[in-house]
Design a protein around this ligand. Sequence first.
Ligand SMILES: [Zn+2]
Length: 387
Amino acid sequence: MMKKILLLFLLSFKCFAALSIEELTWENGDTLLEFLQRNSIPMSLYYSLDREDRELASEIAAKIKYQVLKDDNNNIEQILIPISDELQIHIYKNKDNQYNLTFTPVDYDKEERILTLTLENSAYQDVYKESQSSTLARAMIRSFKGSVNFRNMQKGDQITLYYEQKRRMGRLWGDITIKMASIEINKNSKEIFYFNDNYYDKNGKDIESFLLAKPIGAARISSYFTTARFHPILKRYRAHLGVDYAAPTGTPVKSAGDGTIIFVGAQSGYGNVVKIQHSSGYSTVYAHLSRFAKIKKGQKVKQGQLIAYVGSTGMSTGPHLHFGVYVNNKAINPLSVVKIAKSELKGKNKEDFIKLISQYKQIVQNHIQDNRPNPPKEEEFENYIEF
Ligand SMILES: [Zn+2]
């Protein structure tokens, strides 16, 4: 189980004798800075991070599992802390016995799976029962983006899911990507396809989402969403788990959707922050705020409701709104869910899309024709977090 991670640890380790790996859980509200201090690791590791890396360091999710490698004298040799499905913080001792901190990609395997079933109770319940994975059931609901009413499905209707999951250290890891889903409602078949970070119908039309809206009025995007991209000049991995909107201090910030406020306060790196929980496992984060509107934790808010004002608190070089969207605690590209204009694939994109979906359909068709069984039932994901 721990073979892969041990390998990563050993790559930069000098002595192969008497090592032990502990798996621990990141406590709610803990910060990287406090973590370093508690473990007698120099806090300069945090202070020498630049703005973007400090933002990233505040992305460590409560209840996430992280690994600590110790020598036989109980000294910490290395630490791996995931901050997204793709990227992790790696703290290690170098040749001179000094601690270093880098961001490295998470090492995992990808698996493609196909699950088919005939409806008994409800789409969510039946998919969960068949896979033992609520992450898969949620991914299915999410992929249709509210464009169908699953309640209208009836006993005997068909569901087919073609999806990709990740495995890390022998266990399921992170979120699931539905590549193609087909559901039957009253003998009418509805299909959706994943392409370029978004979901489309079979004609290449964007699936409409009414869940989330832009949280700010007219504002220029100053930084886009990226996960674990290698920076050729800095020679290291960078990520930006949200979208930055440049706007003057005091510009109103509005809730992207109906939901409940789950956090109002300061967070290292992100400064003044508001977090809102929405339906279907979505949550949104608004950071670097100058001040809050009259809101408090636990309060219900409506889409478009004023929650705060743009600022430059935390690690920020100028006034802007950092807007993050999460699904079951995983950062996703906000621009894939926040509607700007109705879009339809055209030209080369459309050609690529048509090619891809005929490939997907063929794979699923072969699977069904061969009468292949559903994937084995899974244990729930290690980093799945219920709010
Ligand atoms: Zn940002």
